[in-house]
Write a protein that binds this ligand. Sequence first.
Ligand code: F6R
Length: 252
Amino acid sequence: MLGSTSLEPAVADSKEIARRVAREIATLVEERRRVGRAAVLGLATGSTPLDVYAELVSLHRRGALSFSNVVSFNLDEFLGLARSHQRTFRRFMQDALFDHVDIPPENVHLPDVELHDSQIDAHCADYERAIRRVGGIDLQLLGLGLNGHIGFNEPGSAGDSRTRAVVLHAATRERAIRWFGDLREVPRRAITMGIGTILEARRVRLIVTGEHKRDVLTRLLEGGVTPDLPASFLHAHGDARLFADTAAVAQS
Ligand code: F6R
């Protein structure tokens, strides 16, 4: 039941969740600035974090938040699209956040979308090294897949997995039709941070909103830690918090 997990949900309206998470991020960025340090954010794409990004942009426009000391690492990126494709996660992040704030472009990191197979392993190792070089991720933002994935760590992913290329599950590709219009256009592979990579972030903030997430959220809150539900590895994290809206929390 809900009681015995560090992931006991803070339940609120989805806009309120976005405001709370954005405020926490803004406070972190400001604290780091005061001591002359960068704030390292792990970011997600998908529908879930859009309200958080809108809040962050609004804070920036009001002069209440600068991203000049932010370094970002996105969780994942498709493989096999051209860099100029309109549905890359880089494009998504530009549209939702980066184009509207003062983050230095050289501080933004996403896995590359356009790689030869022979380049992938080295690219993933470089991504891990880049995260380590800046001292690790301070706060990782996550959404939850309908199949329990975090990043593109699909069911079956190991708890100590690192950044790597993965084959997307059929259900994940189906969900992506909303971005691509046609299943045939949805890439089959992606690069994702591993679960081990995610668990090393000092704070993890998982947001789950919408009635369609009810079943997977119930599984997350009732079950133990299992690779069948990759998000369940977060139960073992010392500072993982779950924010869920009333639509996602099943009535008992
Ligand atoms: C996105 C990501 C995915 C999504 C998840 C939920 O970078 O890594 O794990 O967070 O698929 O997607 P939405 O928010 O669209 O329901």
